[in-house]
Design a protein around this ligand. Structure first.
Ligand SMILES: Cc1cc2nc3c(=O)[nH]c(=O)nc-3n(C[C@H](O)[C@H](O)[C@H](O)COP(=O)(O)OP(=O)(O)OC[C@H]3O[C@@H](n4cnc5c(N)ncnc54)[C@H](O)[C@@H]3O)c2cc1C
Length: 484
């Protein structure tokens, strides 16, 4: 079935299990011989590991997985897929998978893990299998930090192409804003070096346009002089949701760009890894990271931490490289169900609705609504600098729910729909590409990520660089031919 975007949509029930396809055996033999990495078919050792995505909702079965070992392998894989009429998908970790690669060629970049650091120019260049945790640990030795996300095991490339916002977002902006250059392989199997000086139209679109224009083989980005930060989370009982949300909404109006924070309503799992008073409980949680001295950070956080009686408070001075522990995002593969919206205000009406959400969350295990504070440096960048729209939105809200059984999934969908309806009056109508979840797949949601003018420019770029929509198993921006 082909939907309006020209994307092959395959429901979980319809998914083809790997082959059969019409791959020419002689062409496959040549392809395998050409590759420095490996090409795995469903009956070969390693196939199962290589096909898996971190997001277990997508139990994909490609006809082949190419474990690429360098740019020449990526070129060979793109050419082979085009000549054999195979759908192609690229995956580093599978955190951001939007469509399963069933019956196609999955280009798995997880073996391309080179990291080059230039302390003089304060830049790093990384290959597409590199994870944020590895970058932040290595650049720390030079007194530098990268604009990583909350979870250390997310891939640098997918995160950055989708915008990328972490604990330094209000101070230094989005990861996409700090990209200096990109090397990629386009749909015709050509290599392109892309920067402000070369292929600048594509450079504009890659920074925010996701995986629509090619397979990135390396990316260069700026680093910043941050080593020590003050960060952590403070947990209050969900019954205090109204007071904590009200205090938070006033506090964020007063804080400097060096401070990035979140407020979440979360029904925590009952696991031994958590302190006993949090296990299985619904909490309202403020998380933050201050890029400055511990003394200043503690003073800035005082109104939030010394308010009522927190159940747990984890704030402490820490290395920036350890900020992945602040949110404790799950490392093991999960099947999250999610939805996202940009929010225009945390007014008293919005807080009243969030208190209703807190009530629903306390009745539904493993559900979460998180609001991240944006603004700061994000809003300072020129609106047309790259393909990031909606820079003026002060908050992003996302709902995540975990559960595997059909009953769980029904309950989680219900929770997500409840949150979406409750927050409808406060949404801007925009969204962020990186947070589009299972509840967000489809052309309408991708369009919501961009202003009409940015979307028009992205379609023009798609017409120029990928008119056949070869790269379509992603949050897709179809070329104009798809709507004819
Ligand atoms: C637990 C968790 C925490 C997260 N935290 C944050 C956060 O703090 N901030 C934030 O901004 N986002 C966050 N995200 C969202 C995350 O940034 C996106 O899901 C992102 O797409 C993941 O990139 P990946 O390469 O790891 O995933 P993958 O699933 O491997 O890739 C996702 C998509 O990126 C594109 N892509 C990947 N590699 C390439 C390549 N080499 N060339 C071209 N396109 C490519 C493709 O379209 C691919 O489908 C989080 C997601 C999860 C699940």
């Amino acid at each position: 079935m082909v939907n309006i975007e020209g994307v092959i949509t395959v429901s979980k029930e319809q998914r083809v299990r790997g082959a059969p396809t019409n791959i020419d055996p002689a062409a496959l033999k040549n392809f395998k011989a050409e590759m420095r990495g490996s090409v795995l078919a469903p009956d070969e050792t390693g196939y199962d590991e290589a096909r898996k995505a971190w997001n277990t909702t997508y139990d994909q079965h490609p006809a082949l997985v190419a474990l690429v070992a360098g740019a020449p392998d990526v070129i060979a894989a793109v050419n082979f897929a085009r000549e054999q009429n195979l759908r192609v998908a690229v995956q580093s970790t599978g955190h951001g998978i939007a469509y399963p690669c069933d019956g196609g060629l999955l280009i798995n970049t997880s073996r391309m893990t080179d990291i080059q650091i230039d302390p003089q120019s304060q830049t790093a260049r990384v290959e597409p299998g590199v994870l944020w945790g590895d970058v932040v640990n290595q650049v720390q030795a030079f007194g530098l930090a990268a604009l990583s996300g909350f979870a250390p095991n997310v891939g640098v490339i997918g995160y950055t192409l989708g915008g990328g916002f972490g604990w330094l977002v209000r101070k230094y902006g989005l990861a996409a804003d700090s990209v200096r250059s990109v090397d990629l392989v386009t749909a015709d199997g050509q290599q392109a070096h892309v920067s402000d000086m070369s292929n600048s139209d594509l450079f504009w679109g890659l920074r925010g346009g996701g995986g629509n224009f090619g397979i990135v083989t390396s990316i260069e980005f700026a680093l910043y002089p941050v080593v020590e930060v003050f960060g952590g989370r403070v947990f209050y009982p969900v019954e205090m949701a109204k007071e904590v949300l009200s205090r938070y909404s006033q506090w964020v109006e007063t804080i400097p760009y060096e401070l990035t924070s979140t407020i979440a309503i979360m029904h925590l799992p009952s696991i031994a890894d958590l302190p006993e008073p949090l296990r299985g409980k619904a909490m309202v949680i403020v998380g933050a990271c201050y890029a400055g001295s511990a003394e200043d950070g503690a003073a800035l956080l005082r109104p939030i931490r010394e308010f009522g009686s927190p159940v747990v408070d984890t704030f402490a001075p820490m290395r920036y490289a350890d900020t992945g522990t602040i949110n404790s995002d799950p490392v093991e593969p999960q099947g999250p169900y999610g939805h996202t919206e940009l929010i225009r205000e945390l007014s008293s009406d919005a807080i009243d609705k969030l208190v209703e959400v807190a009530g629903a969350c306390s009745k539904s295990p493993l559900t979460m609504v998180e609001i991240r504070h944006l603004g700061g440096a994000v809003a300072q960048v020129d609106r047309d600098a790259n393909a990031i729209s909606h820079r003026d939105a002060p908050f992003v809200l996302h709902t995540t729910a975990l559960g595997a059984s059909p009953e769980d999934v029904a309950r989680l969908k219900q929770f997500t729909a409840f949150v979406a309806e409750a927050m409808r009056p406060f949404k801007t109508g925009g969204a962020l590409l990186n947070f589009l979840g299972d509840g967000d797949v489809g052309e309408g949601r991708v369009r919501a990520v961009y202003s009409p003018e940015h979307y028009r420019r992205l379609v023009e770029l798609k017409d120029k660089y990928d008119p056949e929509n070869f790269f379509r198993l992603n949050h897709n921006i179809p070329p104009s031919s798809a709507s004819r």
